[in-house]
Design a protein. Structure first.
Length: 315
Protein backbone atom coordinates (compact mmCIF):
# COMPACT_ATOMS: atom_id res chain seq x y z
CA UNK A 1 0.00 0.00 0.00
CA UNK A 2 2.83 2.38 0.87
CA UNK A 3 4.53 1.71 -2.48
CA UNK A 4 1.26 2.40 -4.29
CA UNK A 5 0.80 5.64 -2.37
CA UNK A 6 4.34 6.73 -3.21
CA UNK A 7 3.69 6.09 -6.89
CA UNK A 8 0.40 7.99 -6.74
CA UNK A 9 2.11 10.99 -5.15
CA UNK A 10 4.80 10.95 -7.82
CA UNK A 11 2.19 10.94 -10.56
CA UNK A 12 0.26 13.78 -8.91
CA UNK A 13 3.36 15.90 -8.54
CA UNK A 14 4.48 15.18 -12.08
CA UNK A 15 1.08 16.07 -13.50
CA UNK A 16 1.01 19.45 -11.78
CA UNK A 17 4.67 20.42 -12.13
CA UNK A 18 5.25 23.78 -13.81
CA UNK A 19 1.67 23.74 -15.12
CA UNK A 20 0.32 27.04 -16.46
CA UNK A 21 -3.07 25.68 -17.61
CA UNK A 22 -5.61 28.52 -17.16
CA UNK A 23 -8.29 26.17 -15.76
CA UNK A 24 -8.32 22.38 -15.44
CA UNK A 25 -12.00 22.09 -14.44
CA UNK A 26 -14.06 24.35 -16.74
CA UNK A 27 -17.40 23.09 -15.43
CA UNK A 28 -16.59 24.38 -11.94
CA UNK A 29 -15.26 27.62 -10.48
CA UNK A 30 -12.58 25.42 -8.88
CA UNK A 31 -9.29 25.29 -10.78
CA UNK A 32 -9.21 21.50 -10.48
CA UNK A 33 -11.34 18.69 -9.10
CA UNK A 34 -10.42 17.30 -5.65
CA UNK A 35 -8.24 14.19 -5.64
CA UNK A 36 -7.77 11.66 -2.85
CA UNK A 37 -4.18 12.15 -1.67
CA UNK A 38 -4.48 9.59 1.15
CA UNK A 39 -7.38 7.44 2.38
CA UNK A 40 -10.18 9.82 3.34
CA UNK A 41 -8.08 12.93 2.63
CA UNK A 42 -8.86 14.99 -0.45
CA UNK A 43 -7.40 18.17 -1.91
CA UNK A 44 -8.50 20.44 -4.73
CA UNK A 45 -5.05 21.48 -5.92
CA UNK A 46 -5.03 25.13 -6.93
CA UNK A 47 -3.09 26.83 -9.68
CA UNK A 48 0.55 27.48 -8.85
CA UNK A 49 0.30 30.87 -10.53
CA UNK A 50 -0.98 34.19 -9.13
CA UNK A 51 -4.76 34.65 -8.79
CA UNK A 52 -6.49 35.47 -12.08
CA UNK A 53 -9.96 35.68 -13.52
CA UNK A 54 -9.38 32.30 -15.19
CA UNK A 55 -8.52 30.49 -11.95
CA UNK A 56 -11.03 32.59 -9.92
CA UNK A 57 -8.48 32.93 -7.13
CA UNK A 58 -8.17 29.19 -6.59
CA UNK A 59 -4.37 29.26 -6.46
CA UNK A 60 -3.97 27.47 -3.13
CA UNK A 61 -5.01 24.02 -1.95
CA UNK A 62 -8.50 23.43 -0.55
CA UNK A 63 -8.53 20.17 1.37
CA UNK A 64 -11.01 18.09 3.34
CA UNK A 65 -10.88 15.11 5.67
CA UNK A 66 -13.74 12.62 5.65
CA UNK A 67 -14.30 10.88 8.98
CA UNK A 68 -16.97 8.58 10.42
CA UNK A 69 -18.51 11.61 12.16
CA UNK A 70 -18.35 14.50 9.75
CA UNK A 71 -15.98 16.34 7.46
CA UNK A 72 -13.23 18.80 8.37
CA UNK A 73 -12.35 21.34 5.66
CA UNK A 74 -8.92 22.95 5.52
CA UNK A 75 -9.12 26.49 4.08
CA UNK A 76 -12.25 28.55 3.67
CA UNK A 77 -11.29 29.40 0.08
CA UNK A 78 -10.79 32.74 -1.65
CA UNK A 79 -14.49 33.46 -2.15
CA UNK A 80 -18.06 32.42 -1.40
CA UNK A 81 -18.28 30.73 -4.81
CA UNK A 82 -15.09 28.70 -4.35
CA UNK A 83 -16.26 27.51 -0.92
CA UNK A 84 -19.66 26.62 -2.35
CA UNK A 85 -18.04 24.71 -5.22
CA UNK A 86 -15.83 22.77 -2.80
CA UNK A 87 -18.89 21.93 -0.71
CA UNK A 88 -20.58 20.55 -3.82
CA UNK A 89 -17.55 18.32 -4.45
CA UNK A 90 -17.61 17.10 -0.84
CA UNK A 91 -21.24 16.10 -1.28
CA UNK A 92 -20.24 13.94 -4.27
CA UNK A 93 -17.79 12.04 -2.03
CA UNK A 94 -19.72 11.57 1.22
CA UNK A 95 -23.06 12.04 2.97
CA UNK A 96 -21.23 13.22 6.09
CA UNK A 97 -21.88 16.89 6.93
CA UNK A 98 -19.12 19.48 7.14
CA UNK A 99 -18.59 20.07 10.86
CA UNK A 100 -15.46 22.23 10.92
CA UNK A 101 -13.47 24.61 8.73
CA UNK A 102 -9.81 25.26 9.57
CA UNK A 103 -8.06 28.33 8.15
CA UNK A 104 -4.36 27.69 7.51
CA UNK A 105 -3.39 31.38 7.70
CA UNK A 106 -4.88 34.88 7.54
CA UNK A 107 -4.59 35.40 3.79
CA UNK A 108 -7.65 36.06 1.67
CA UNK A 109 -7.49 32.74 -0.18
CA UNK A 110 -7.70 30.95 3.16
CA UNK A 111 -10.38 33.05 4.88
CA UNK A 112 -12.58 34.99 2.45
CA UNK A 113 -14.66 31.87 1.79
CA UNK A 114 -15.53 31.85 5.51
CA UNK A 115 -18.55 33.92 4.50
CA UNK A 116 -20.06 30.87 2.79
CA UNK A 117 -19.24 28.43 5.59
CA UNK A 118 -20.59 30.76 8.26
CA UNK A 119 -23.87 30.92 6.34
CA UNK A 120 -24.01 27.10 6.63
CA UNK A 121 -23.51 27.44 10.43
CA UNK A 122 -20.17 25.61 10.27
CA UNK A 123 -17.66 26.51 13.04
CA UNK A 124 -14.43 28.09 11.74
CA UNK A 125 -11.09 27.67 13.53
CA UNK A 126 -7.91 29.71 13.04
CA UNK A 127 -4.77 30.66 14.91
CA UNK A 128 -5.19 33.87 16.89
CA UNK A 129 -2.43 35.64 14.94
CA UNK A 130 -3.94 34.64 11.60
CA UNK A 131 -7.34 35.94 12.70
CA UNK A 132 -5.77 39.27 13.69
CA UNK A 133 -3.84 39.50 10.40
CA UNK A 134 -7.04 38.85 8.44
CA UNK A 135 -9.04 41.44 10.37
CA UNK A 136 -6.45 44.19 10.21
CA UNK A 137 -4.96 43.82 6.74
CA UNK A 138 -5.39 40.66 4.69
CA UNK A 139 -9.19 40.62 4.75
CA UNK A 140 -9.86 44.15 3.45
CA UNK A 141 -6.99 44.06 0.97
CA UNK A 142 -7.87 40.56 -0.18
CA UNK A 143 -11.52 41.40 -0.75
CA UNK A 144 -10.67 44.44 -2.87
CA UNK A 145 -8.21 42.38 -4.92
CA UNK A 146 -10.77 39.58 -5.35
CA UNK A 147 -13.39 42.00 -6.68
CA UNK A 148 -10.86 43.36 -9.15
CA UNK A 149 -9.61 40.10 -10.69
CA UNK A 150 -12.50 37.66 -10.09
CA UNK A 151 -15.32 40.05 -11.05
CA UNK A 152 -18.62 38.12 -10.94
CA UNK A 153 -16.94 35.25 -9.11
CA UNK A 154 -16.46 37.57 -6.12
CA UNK A 155 -20.22 37.92 -5.64
CA UNK A 156 -21.50 37.02 -2.19
CA UNK A 157 -18.07 37.22 -0.56
CA UNK A 158 -17.67 39.28 2.60
CA UNK A 159 -15.24 39.47 5.49
CA UNK A 160 -16.21 36.96 8.20
CA UNK A 161 -13.89 36.24 11.10
CA UNK A 162 -13.20 32.75 12.46
CA UNK A 163 -15.60 31.71 15.21
CA UNK A 164 -12.84 30.19 17.35
CA UNK A 165 -9.08 30.72 17.71
CA UNK A 166 -6.23 28.71 19.24
CA UNK A 167 -2.69 29.52 20.35
CA UNK A 168 -0.34 26.52 20.03
CA UNK A 169 -2.41 23.45 19.24
CA UNK A 170 -5.92 22.07 19.31
CA UNK A 171 -6.68 18.36 19.32
CA UNK A 172 -9.91 17.17 17.77
CA UNK A 173 -11.45 13.71 17.76
CA UNK A 174 -13.89 13.47 14.86
CA UNK A 175 -15.35 9.98 14.79
CA UNK A 176 -12.45 7.57 14.43
CA UNK A 177 -10.02 10.24 13.21
CA UNK A 178 -7.54 12.17 15.34
CA UNK A 179 -6.87 15.65 14.01
CA UNK A 180 -4.17 17.85 15.52
CA UNK A 181 -4.33 21.51 14.53
CA UNK A 182 -0.84 22.92 15.11
CA UNK A 183 1.08 26.15 15.06
CA UNK A 184 4.61 24.78 14.89
CA UNK A 185 6.24 28.20 15.07
CA UNK A 186 7.07 31.28 12.99
CA UNK A 187 7.30 30.57 9.27
CA UNK A 188 5.73 32.12 6.17
CA UNK A 189 3.06 34.40 7.65
CA UNK A 190 1.41 35.17 11.01
CA UNK A 191 -0.42 32.22 12.51
CA UNK A 192 0.69 29.61 9.97
CA UNK A 193 -1.31 26.48 10.77
CA UNK A 194 -0.62 22.82 10.05
CA UNK A 195 -3.21 20.04 10.20
CA UNK A 196 -1.64 16.76 11.28
CA UNK A 197 -3.26 13.35 11.06
CA UNK A 198 -0.89 11.28 13.25
CA UNK A 199 -2.49 7.90 12.60
CA UNK A 200 -2.27 8.32 8.82
CA UNK A 201 1.05 10.23 8.86
CA UNK A 202 -0.55 12.89 6.66
CA UNK A 203 0.29 16.57 7.08
CA UNK A 204 -1.77 19.32 5.46
CA UNK A 205 1.12 21.72 5.89
CA UNK A 206 -0.10 25.02 4.50
CA UNK A 207 2.40 27.69 3.58
CA UNK A 208 5.22 26.46 5.79
CA UNK A 209 5.99 24.07 2.91
CA UNK A 210 6.54 24.70 -0.82
CA UNK A 211 7.72 22.54 -3.69
CA UNK A 212 6.54 23.49 -7.19
CA UNK A 213 5.94 27.17 -6.52
CA UNK A 214 8.58 29.60 -5.29
CA UNK A 215 7.91 30.62 -1.67
CA UNK A 216 6.88 34.28 -1.41
CA UNK A 217 8.75 36.07 1.39
CA UNK A 218 6.81 38.87 3.03
CA UNK A 219 8.03 42.00 4.78
CA UNK A 220 8.35 40.92 8.41
CA UNK A 221 8.91 37.24 7.62
CA UNK A 222 11.82 35.83 9.62
CA UNK A 223 13.45 33.42 7.18
CA UNK A 224 15.91 32.05 9.76
CA UNK A 225 12.93 31.33 12.05
CA UNK A 226 11.11 29.66 9.16
CA UNK A 227 14.08 27.35 8.56
CA UNK A 228 14.33 26.52 12.27
CA UNK A 229 10.61 25.79 12.59
CA UNK A 230 10.71 23.51 9.55
CA UNK A 231 13.80 21.59 10.65
CA UNK A 232 13.07 21.27 14.37
CA UNK A 233 9.27 21.01 14.45
CA UNK A 234 7.91 19.88 11.07
CA UNK A 235 10.51 17.29 10.08
CA UNK A 236 10.33 15.31 13.38
CA UNK A 237 6.62 14.65 12.80
CA UNK A 238 7.66 12.03 10.24
CA UNK A 239 4.94 12.83 7.72
CA UNK A 240 4.74 10.41 4.80
CA UNK A 241 2.29 12.50 2.76
CA UNK A 242 2.48 16.29 2.75
CA UNK A 243 -0.08 18.60 1.17
CA UNK A 244 1.75 21.92 0.81
CA UNK A 245 -0.01 25.27 0.66
CA UNK A 246 0.40 25.30 -3.13
CA UNK A 247 1.05 22.44 -5.54
CA UNK A 248 0.45 18.71 -5.54
CA UNK A 249 0.71 16.42 -2.52
CA UNK A 250 4.23 15.08 -2.16
CA UNK A 251 6.83 13.90 0.37
CA UNK A 252 9.13 15.47 2.94
CA UNK A 253 12.25 15.44 0.78
CA UNK A 254 10.50 17.38 -1.96
CA UNK A 255 9.15 20.16 0.26
CA UNK A 256 12.43 20.35 2.19
CA UNK A 257 14.24 21.11 -1.07
CA UNK A 258 11.63 23.62 -2.27
CA UNK A 259 11.42 25.41 1.07
CA UNK A 260 14.51 25.09 3.28
CA UNK A 261 16.77 24.48 0.28
CA UNK A 262 15.59 27.69 -1.36
CA UNK A 263 15.64 29.81 1.81
CA UNK A 264 19.14 28.69 2.80
CA UNK A 265 20.48 29.28 -0.70
CA UNK A 266 18.99 32.78 -0.92
CA UNK A 267 20.24 33.69 2.56
CA UNK A 268 23.72 32.45 1.63
CA UNK A 269 23.74 34.54 -1.56
CA UNK A 270 22.46 37.66 0.20
CA UNK A 271 24.89 37.14 3.09
CA UNK A 272 27.83 37.01 0.68
CA UNK A 273 26.51 40.12 -1.10
CA UNK A 274 26.38 42.01 2.21
CA UNK A 275 29.87 40.83 3.20
CA UNK A 276 31.17 42.25 -0.09
CA UNK A 277 29.64 45.64 0.74
CA UNK A 278 26.70 45.24 -1.61
CA UNK A 279 23.59 47.39 -1.33
CA UNK A 280 19.86 46.79 -1.75
CA UNK A 281 19.90 47.66 -5.46
CA UNK A 282 22.52 45.01 -6.09
CA UNK A 283 20.73 42.43 -3.96
CA UNK A 284 17.99 42.13 -6.56
CA UNK A 285 20.52 40.63 -8.97
CA UNK A 286 21.97 37.83 -6.83
CA UNK A 287 22.02 34.57 -8.74
CA UNK A 288 18.83 32.56 -8.20
CA UNK A 289 19.02 30.67 -11.48
CA UNK A 290 18.98 27.29 -9.70
CA UNK A 291 15.36 28.00 -8.79
CA UNK A 292 14.18 29.20 -12.18
CA UNK A 293 12.22 25.97 -12.64
CA UNK A 294 9.76 26.96 -9.91
CA UNK A 295 6.42 28.54 -10.81
CA UNK A 296 6.13 32.28 -9.99
CA UNK A 297 9.93 32.65 -10.27
CA UNK A 298 9.53 35.71 -12.48
CA UNK A 299 7.06 37.34 -10.08
CA UNK A 300 8.87 36.59 -6.83
CA UNK A 301 12.62 36.02 -7.14
CA UNK A 302 13.79 39.64 -7.17
CA UNK A 303 11.19 40.70 -4.58
CA UNK A 304 12.32 37.90 -2.27
CA UNK A 305 15.93 38.98 -2.62
CA UNK A 306 15.11 42.52 -1.59
CA UNK A 307 13.10 41.41 1.42
CA UNK A 308 15.84 39.05 2.61
CA UNK A 309 18.48 41.78 2.17
CA UNK A 310 16.43 44.06 4.44
CA UNK A 311 16.04 41.25 6.96
CA UNK A 312 19.74 40.27 7.00
CA UNK A 313 21.37 43.70 6.70
CA UNK A 314 21.51 44.19 10.46
CA UNK A 315 21.41 40.59 11.71
Amino acid sequence: MRAALTLALSLLAGAAFADDTPDKYPESVLYDKPVEVAPGVYSAIGATQPPTYENAGHNNNLSFIVTSDGVAVVNGGASWKLAEALHHEIEQVTDQPVKLVINENGQGHSMLGNSYWAAQNVPILAHEDAAEDFAEMQGPQGLEALKSYARENAEGTSIVAPTETFTDRKEIQMGDTRIEVLHLGPAHSPGDTQVWLPDQKVLIAGDIAFSERMPPIFQGTCTSCWIETFETKLEPLGAEVIVPGHGAATDLDTVRQGTVGYLKDLREKIGAHIEEGGDLAGAYYVDQSNWEYMDTFEELATKNAGVVFTEMEFE
